[in-house]
Design a protein around this ligand. Structure first.
Ligand code: ADP
Ligand code: MG
Length: 246
């Protein structure tokens, strides 16, 4: 059997009496897009916090590439190949576009240098050029990140995540607040990411979810309501009732 790159087993956490994430299990397959959907407050961001190590689960397991990373701190899940974007951008607005990417690439190198004495700045520079090109930000490279449009900031954030060469990318509502055009561009970009990484996505735009996802996990009140191929999930009566409201 192939080891799934991400294996979530019976994961749970409560805040006071509220079961924010309750007995959630699913697997993410390598180089696919798995999307978590569900109404506001369903537990999606909390699930990401449990996976990335920002929160420790009260029960269950998080396996990354067959290794038990349950409750591991964010630095350790990052070292294990996990990178996440936040619902709110986490860029350094006072650094330029290129500097934001270079910083991420340099952090990766500092970690590697213990094993591989390679020319550090040359590598970071070439990585940065590649990323700028790929994310269509080359013409903005010397602009301060804080001056970019909202859409460009969200894309830069994904570039920053990718610069650390993760295995798994967690994207929390990357198209939030974007125009239609920017949303479509970002969807294309996210699809192209599967060449390099496994994508776990939280997304609100249902049309986008159905087009983009290889697999969908539906959450409702902390629980997993349904999972499967987008078409199967959409046709599920429980999902129709709870999520689409008819
Ligand atoms: P979603 O991302 O699906 O909108 P969240 O995971 O942010 O939902 O939140 C799930 C539930 O857990 C909500 O009711 C929210 O108010 C609650 N919650 C999230 N984080 C905390 C926290 N740190 N302390 C207390 N309650 C929280
Ligand atoms: Mg959320």
């Amino acid at each position: 059997m192939i080891t799934p790159v991400l294996d979530i087993r019976d994961l749970g956490i409560s805040f006071g009496g509220l079961k924010a994430v309750d007995q959630v299990s699913f697997q993410a397959q390598r180089h696919k897009i798995t999307t978590v959907i569900g109404p506001n407050g369903a537990g999606k961001s909390t699930l990401f916090n449990l996976i990335s190590g920002a929160l420790k689960p009260h029960r269950g397991q998080v396996m990354i590439d067959g290794v038990d990373m349950t409750g591991a701190a964010p630095e350790r899940t990052k070292a294990a190949g996990l990178s996440r974007s936040f619902q709110i951008t986490s860029l350094f607005p006072e650094l330029t576009v290129a500097e934001n990417i270079r910083l991420a690439a340099q952090v990766l190198e500092t970690a590697r240098r213990a094993f591989l004495p390679i020319s550090r700045s040359a590598r970071a520079m070439s990585k940065t050029s590649q990323m700028l090109e790929r994310f269509q930000l080359t013409h903005r490279r010397d602009e301060l990140a804080g001056n970019l449009s909202h859409g460009d900031q969200r894309r830069l954030e994904i570039a920053v995540c990718l610069a650390s060469e993760p295995k798994i990318l967690l994207l929390d509502e990357p198209t939030q607040g974007m125009s239609h055009g920017d949303t479509a561009d970002t969807a294309k970009l996210v699809r192209s990411l599967t060449e390099d990484v496994t994508v776990l996505l939280i997304e609100h735009d249902i049309g986008l979810v159905m087009d983009l996802s290889d697999y969908v996990v539906v959450m409702h009140q902390g629980r997993k309501l349904a999972e499967g191929h987008p078409d199967v999930v959409r046709a599920d009566p429980a999902v129709q009732a709870a999520y689409f409201g008819h």
